[in-house]
Design a protein around this ligand. Structure first.
Ligand SMILES: CCCCCCCCCCCCCC(=O)SCCNC(=O)CCNC(=O)[C@H](O)C(C)(C)COP(=O)(O)OP(=O)(O)OC[C@H]1O[C@@H](n2cnc3c(N)ncnc32)[C@H](O)[C@@H]1OP(=O)(O)O
Length: 359
């Protein structure tokens, strides 16, 4: 893992005690001998994507600045004219949880050696992120074992932690013990509309009320760096109880390329939190959300994958109660390999919503 200082490649993070030059580190590199991901990699299977259109998740959102040994900031790399400091902020006006988790994993990954890879992470969101200021990421090197390394990262704003994230990395190992569930059978991505195309379709409905028109237009205008193709999307205005399950194809917008598994895990951390928690609300159409936020987020990385290629996100919520809801997710590659498992609890404060139709 290397960071760069003004184009000169720094070696992998110096071990503790070495004085660290303040440096602007570019996104996770495959290795100090290889081209950085932010330059065209293009190696391996050519993506059918426009390779010049690098994913903003790579060039910006997950590109941290190294301030000192094991201390990073997202200030300069996230600068975005629209929001000033952060690329995309949900309408809740709290920093998007997926952004903080993805950036925390980038910081942790910068402190481990080249040949070990994230296999799990567990986070708590302890304060809402402030979209008006950058985030500092402080890495604590808990242990480096023979096969596993463990890191603890604190995301800090205004001097207080907003997220605490433990992550574990493992060197590649083979084993005769292997099994996985079977991937659900669903329509393939090219048979489906994107979320934007679906919203355009709804907006063409002449019977649409002004309220829905405004909400959908706002959603359409958001700069979410993720492409989504919902499967069997509920008619957003249908007021019926749905099963607490949803499936959608998902991928990073833009090109990332082969090879940098650490980076793909960080992008998947970002992606995994989008539209995840709402799975727990699908059966409860008769309530309006007054406040909603993720409390924690866990991920297990099982097999190599490409976060800039379509993956099936299978989401379900087995339980909700006491103002909380649990959601569980599985990210499947198109070849049926189970790549990532996720879990998250969220807090919901709701009130009965006035019965109304879309008409
Ligand atoms: C079509 C598809 C669309 C898809 C859209 C996808 C969107 C994607 C984006 C979605 C992203 C989603 C996922 C994400 O990314 S959310 C972002 C990641 N998560 C966070 O940032 C959470 C961080 N943690 C915290 O903020 C605190 O720890 C919390 C808040 C969780 C607890 O901390 P604390 O214990 O101190 O607070 P509280 O729970 O007592 O209160 C919290 C607030 O609630 C009000 N309250 C309390 N009790 C009730 C009650 N009974 N009835 C009504 N209201 C009640 C209370 O007044 C307070 O409001 P305010 O006083 O602060 O105003």
């Amino acid at each position: 893992m290397a960071a760069s200082s003004g184009g000169k490649k720094l070696l992998p993070e110096p071990s503790k005690g070495t004085s660290a030059a303040s440096a602007h580190s570019s996104i996770l590199r495959k290795s100090s001998s290889e081209k950085p991901v932010t330059e065209a990699t293009g190696s391996g299977s050519k993506s059918s994507r426009n390779e010049d259109l690098h994913s903003v998740l790579v060039t910006s959102v997950l590109n941290l600045e190294r301030l000192d040994l094991d201390l990073y900031s997202n200030e300069h790399s996230n600068r975005c004219t629209f929001t000033g400091t952060h690329h995309w902020v949900p309408r809740s006006r709290m920093l998007f949880g997926g952004q903080i988790v993805g950036q925390a994993l980038v910081a942790a990954a910068m402190s481990v050696s080249e040949n070990i890879y994230a296999h799990s992470l567990h986070c708590y969101f302890v304060r809402a992120g402030d979209p008006k200021v950058p985030v500092l990421y402080q890495v604590d090197r808990i242990r480096d074992g023979k096969s596993f390394s463990v890191r603890s990262v604190k995301a800090i704003q205004h001097g207080n932690p907003i997220l605490i994230c433990q992550s574990s990395f493992q060197r590649k190992m083979e084993s005769p013990i292997h099994h996985q569930f079977t991937m659900p059978v669903v329509p393939s991505p090219n048979e489906l509309l994107t979320q934007e195309e679906l919203i355009q379709k709804y907006l063409r409905d002449p019977a649409l009320t002004e309220k829905y028109k405004v909400g959908l237009t706002k959603l359409l205008a958001e700069e979410v760096p993720i492409e989504i193709k919902p499967i069997n999307p509920p008619e957003y205005y249908r007021r019926v109880a749905l099963e607490s399950k949803q499936h959608f194809w998902v991928r990073a917008r833009g090109y990332i390329g082969e090879g940098n598994m650490k980076l793909h895990c960080c992008v998947a951390a970002y992606i995994s939190d989008y539209s995840f928690l709402r799975t727990a609300l699908l059966p409860h159409f008769q309530y309006k959300v007054k406040f909603m936020a993720s409390l924690d987020h866990s991920m297990w990385f099982h097999a190599p994958f490409r976060s800039d290629e379509w993956m099936l996100y299978e989401c379900e919520s087995p339980w909700a109660g006491s103002c909380r809801g649990l959601v569980q997710g599985r990210l499947w590659k198109q070849d049926g390999v189970l790549a990532v498992s996720c879990a998250q609890e969220g807090v919901f404060y709701v009130k009965p919503s006035a019965a109304e139709s879309k008409l």
